[in-house]
Write a protein that binds this ligand. Structure first.
Ligand code: C5P
Length: 232
């Protein structure tokens, strides 16, 4: 898979997501399904969106004991998603078990990427609540390296970190980056943002774009603008 724009479909019902996806009559975007939609509609929503011809990043951020994650990943692999994810904080054993669970009998599997420290975690809360005292950017890079060593395909990170992750983990280690905004758009609650063109420049492999597309007056035009800035 090459560079692509993944549309974060942060909707709470199948009805909303289908009325949004119905607008895309030619190119079918790569879609991110998060916890809200998955827990509301169940695995059927994944099958239904897949049947419409979309690739799917299922963003459920698994984190549990290795055996439980392995079994859960086997179920997700059977759902035929293209990318799924977990928390690197689950440690190497959990990440390796996840890969085993994901791998189908024919050896194929969805891509597996790790969440490092959530962007909602800052230095202060990490020290206070998690008792981690290293600088947060070093913690993120360490988690990225651990994920790579466990055999994962990449991480979710800010587009600002994508270059550093490629420098330390190699250019084939995927960087999937949310926090993307158009130069002339609203930033909303995202603090550290980049335009699709800047994310391309810095080497992101996939950008995850939600509200700049889902809340646009013309979502298809906003999506095509992202694609032309990022992919072309
Ligand atoms: O609407 P917006 O473009 O901000 O959506 C970004 C998407 O990426 C949302 O689904 C959000 O949950 C997700 N995300 C993020 N920052 C992270 C990890 C995931 O914005 N660090």
């Amino acid at each position: 898979m090459g560079k692509d724009v993944i549309v974060a479909c942060d909707f709470s019902s199948g009805e909303q997501v289908f009325s949004f996806l119905d607008k895309f009559t030619s190119r079918k975007p790569f879609v991110k399904i998060g916890m809200e939609l998955f827990y509301a509609e169940g695995p059927a929503i994944v099958r239904a969106i897949k049947e419409r011809g979309h690739k799917i990043f299922l963003d459920l951020k698994l984190h549990d004991i290795p055996n439980t994650v392995k079994k859960a990943m086997k179920v997700l692999s059977n759902l035929d998603v293209d990318i799924c994810n977990l928390h690197a904080a689950g440690t190497t054993a959990m990440m390796q078990a996840a890969l085993e669970g994901l791998t189908r009998e024919d050896g194929s599997r969805p891509l597996l990427i790790a969440v490092t420290q959530l962007t909602s975690t800052d230095q202060e809360s990490m020290e206070r609540d998690l008792l981690i005292h290293e600088p947060i950017d070093q913690v993120v890079m360490h988690y990225a390296q651990t994920a790579k060593n466990a055999g994962l395909d990449g991480i979710v990170c800010s587009p600002l970190e994508a270059g550093k992750v490629h420098d330390s983990c190699g250019k084939d280690f995927l960087t999937v980056t949310p926090g993307v905004r158009f130069a002339d758009g609203e930033t909303g609650d995202q603090k550290r943002v980049m335009t699709p063109a800047q994310a391309k420049e810095i080497g992101s492999d996939y950008i995850v774009v939600g509200r700049p597309i889902t809340a646009a007056s013309d979502p298809v035009a906003a999506y095509e603008r992202c694609v032309s800035e990022f992919c072309d």
